[in-house]
Ligand binder design. Structure first.
Ligand code: PLP
Length: 409
């Protein structure tokens, strides 16, 4: 008899995006004349930059000629890409990372989930609240989260660290010391981040407690303030305690093309039950090589072109475009009397819904009165109740119109 992984039965159905889709479909059916503007899902709208498209086309042509055809590539990623990553994303920021510490993959989402393969099931896990749901659900699947408590809206074995307006979106160290700590900075969904000094405290805390920080910096390219670290490895000692996840999805519009990478420093150690130190880079290398066969050659050439002179210029123009949207959203909401957060170092705007209203109530109001779709904060965790997320990834025209409509609401 086949046994299933019963941890999957502990997963709570994520009604967030399906409920949003259902509500929007119902409203559209009743109001076919209304033009709905979607600023909910965090997908990009700008096309891939020309320099990147060109590089990809060239690589596809190479695959069609016997002299230049390439089959399986190295599991860890082609050296031409890993070397560019090392140079541009690390050396230029004064951080020394080796090409062997970079693992190219098809997405930060997969990496954030798969990393659990090399970590013990009895580790205590801490997540911020609200949170990108992948960290929670993958730990539920693995069996680290324990039973779901419907009264608390939380899993028994997980540590939730609220990040709200009350604490300035700076999570405080939990009472119980976690072994694994997920930090997403700049943050999805709040759009806020930590300064170097604030992040250093987490690195020191992890060192003191031999904990591991799983640092997701999918939105690094949107950082505009000087005291915000672009990589956790800018912080002294971080190589001993952190794994970093990066993605080309938002940086260069690769949400459909798929390319990302994970950095596992060689200094980083995990421990056996008997206390023996084990190099996590070796474990991840073994895992990656066994379960993953590499990102396609044309996609890695496309990712390489992100670092070319034209590529850099073109992706920066797109990022500026989105961040200009963020400014428009933020300024418009403020003018309309809302309290707003984020939107400075991230393409997300996190707003406080009017007093006495819940996240979903505000969703309904926005949909029916302004015909604008956003994401209720409570969908990202219990501490997201009373908040609402709008993304800056829309087109300029839609963004401007959505804000005008919200102001008139
Ligand atoms: N990490 C965070 C915080 C995200 O918000 C997202 C996508 O929305 C991802 C990772 C997914 O990245 P990728 O497209 O590389 O899988």
């Amino acid at each position: 008899m086949i046994k299933i992984n019963e941890n999957f039965l502990e997963l709570q159905d994520s009604y967030l995006f399906s409920t949003i889709a259902k509500k929007v479909a119902e409203f559209s059916a009743k109001n076919p004349d209304k033009k709905i503007i979607k600023l909910g899902i965090g997908d990009v709208t700008r096309p891939i930059a020309p320099a990147i498209v060109e590089a990809m086309k060239k690589a596809v042509d190479e695959e069609g000629k016997s002299e230049t055809f390439r089959g399986y590539g190295p599991d860890q990623g082609y050296e031409f890409l890993r070397e560019k990553i090392v140079e541009f994303d690390y050396q230029k920021r004064g951080v020394n990372i080796l090409p062997d510490e970079i693992f190219v993959s098809d997405g930060a989402k997969c990496d954030c989930g798969n990393i659990g393969d090399i970590l013990g099931i009895d580790n205590i896990v801490a997540i911020t609240d609200p949170v990108y749901p992948v960290y929670l659900d993958t730990n539920v699947m693995a069996g680290r989260a324990g039973k779901y408590n419907p009264e608390k809206g939380a899993y028994e074995n997980m540590i939730y660290m609220p990040a709200t307006a009350e604490n300035g979106f700076v999570p405080v160290f939990p009472e119980k010391v976690p072994d694994m700590i997920y930090l997403c900075l700049p943050n999805n969904p709040t759009g806020t981040t930590l300064t170097k000094n604030e992040l250093k405290k987490w690195v020191d805390y992890a060192k003191e407690n031999k904990s591991l920080i799983l640092f997701d910096s999918a939105y690094e390219a949107f950082i505009s303030e000087a005291d915000v670290p672009h990589t956790i490895f800018e912080i002294e000692g971080a190589k001993e305690v952190a794994i970093e996840f990066r993605s080309f999805s938002k940086t260069a519009g690769f949400t459909g093309i798929r390319c990302a990478y994970t950095v596992v420093p060689k200094e980083l150690k995990g421990y056996t039950k008997s206390g023996q130190e084990i190099c996590l880079n070796n474990l991840w290398n073994r895992r990656h090589g066994t379960k993953f066969n590499g990102v396609s050659y044309p996609v890695q050439r496309a990712a390489e072109a992100v670092y070319s002179e034209d590529g850099q210029k073109q992706i920066k123009e797109n990022i500026q475009y989105y961040m200009e949207n963020a400014k428009i959203i933020k300024a418009g909401l403020k003018e309309a009397g809302y309290t707003v957060f984020g939107g400075i170092n991230a393409p997300y705007i996190w707003l406080k819904v009017p007093e006495g209203m819940g996240s979903w109530e505000f969703f309904d109001q926005l949909l029916t009165k302004a015909n604008v779709v956003g994401t209720p904060g409570v969908g990202f965790g219990p501490s997201g109740e009373g908040y609402f997320r709008l993304t800056a990834f829309g087109t300029r025209e839609n963004t401007v119109e959505a804000i005008e409509r919200i102001k008139r609401m």
